[in-house]
Design a protein around this ligand. Structure first.
Ligand code: FES
Length: 96
């Protein structure tokens, strides 16, 4: 079986992201049990007001306005399918 790439997922748990529901997003992402993927809370990433922010490393993809439902899509498509989701990327950091 092909091994999955090593990834670290950071989920901002600072003020505005938390106000916008980041705790539920963190909980959803922590439910996945993919080998070589770790999920951690982190501090402010300077993108306040467009959260909850989820950063996927080493891909360096910032997802914005993440909901638990979108977190599921990140798990399915990005972490398992290895395909980043363009429509959910932060437009300031990932301009078209
Ligand atoms: S509070 Fe989450 S990026 Fe600043």
């Amino acid at each position: 079986m092909e091994s999955s790439p090593i990834r670290q997922i950071l989920v901002c748990q600072h003020r505005t992201c938390t106000k916008d529901g980041a705790a539920n997003v963190l909980a959803k992402l922590q439910q996945q049990k993919i080998v070589n993927v770790s999920v951690e809370a982190c501090g402010c990433m300077g993108l306040c007001g467009s959260g909850p922010i989820v950063l996927v490393l080493p891909d360096n993809i910032y997802y914005w306005r993440v909901t638990p439902k979108k977190a599921e899509a990140i798990i399915e498509m990005h972490l398992i399918g290895n395909e980043a989701i363009r429509s959910m990327m932060h437009p300031r950091l990932h301009p078209n």
